[in-house]
Ligand binder design. Sequence first.
Ligand code: SAH
Length: 450
Amino acid sequence: MCYNYNMQKNDIFEAEVLDLTHEALGVVRVEGFPFFIENALPGELIKFKVIKLGKTFGFGKLLELIKKSANRVESADLTFLRTGIADLAHLTYSEQLKFKKAQVETVLSKVGIELPVEDTIGAEHILAYRNKAQIPVREKDGQLETGFFRKNSHDLVPITDFYIQNPEIDQLILAVRDLLHREKLTAYDERTNTGLVRNIVIRWAHQTNELMLVLVLSKMTKINFEALIAGFPNINSIMLSIKTDKGNAILGKSFKLIYGQDFISDELLGKKFKISAQSFYQVNSEQAEVLYQLAYDEADLQMNDVIIDAYSGIGTIGICIADKVAKVYGMEVISQAVENADCNAKLNHLTNTHYEVGKAEDIMAKWLSNGITADVVFVDPPRKGLDESFITATVETGPRAVIYISCNPASFARDAAHFQRLGYRLEKVQPVDLFPQTHHVELVSKFTKI
Ligand code: SAH
């Protein structure tokens, strides 16, 4: 695609929206040159202004919807699109599900896998489902505010109703904000690296209703939480986390327990779990249960099976089925999560689990050389997907099936092609909607040994 030298920033064009990017931006072409535009849906005729012009693509700002899509949700609040909290809220839910399936099909066909993808399994609750919030605290117009950053910026948009979060979490955020006002505490300013309060992190457990609050501060400070605790009797954990560096991680390295315990308890598929602040836990508990159940159904587990639960977090995937198999091995890089997994195995009276701290790729190779084999390997990596050496070691381990849960279709497709080259065939790909109203895609898939 070549840059058209006649085009300038601030130019205004009319065009038809042809597609949606994987990040839910509308795609238009002007003389073949692509522009990406927020709040524009396929089939719509729009007027837009050029706001950024690159060499091979540009960005536009929607000025007018000349012809609207029948799939548009007219009532969608643009704040949720602008902040990325719910960047698909303007698309009907049934179309969101089709969009997610199409994302997976597209990336698979790019790597030469022409497998029909199953229809995305939708959620029963498409609003207020999130069990976790990470809310920046910044000063806005002279006042400490809580909200969300505008996309691709650190400009805080004050928000009180977060739409896709459990309302209990929204209420706690406001109560914390009011407490910070009463205590006359300052908000962090990243330009000058001054100010005290950086982030509010909250977790809510869907079965027990327990709440965890972590206040991320730039230095240790005494704060009186008594009124907050009185207002939220289900708070089970309050911690301060001290973050002094400028890095992108939300939580700091050190934690101080202020009230209750340093974990909250929840239940998934009838098993009990303790979750610490640093550990990963799926943000949509109801749909996580659907996802895990599909993973088990695909695995067709037998009582004498040995399974590996790679990227095991707090042990959810292995622990839910440990009493239906002979042995569960798990590995995970965050030591607190592995402590949770060991503790969670005991909590559920299991004696056949074994967890190790470390990189999945290193531990898989070590287990292989120690002669540990598995009948089924479950993998559930972060967005970047699997390391090639992990795939090689898994294939050498020789399980009858690999059940791959992915939150990133692109890295999944790359890894799927690799498994296929090494003699494992992709049999089934099932997207499950864990993130209604957003562009995020989750899927469960099955590979079998040829
Ligand atoms: N299976 C768990 C966690 C999945 S999230 C659940 O369903 O809750 C992915 C996990 O992989 C996170 O806990 C993250 O800490 C861990 N992780 C990231 N990189 C890793 C690596 N190289 N090796 C092992 N674990 C890793």
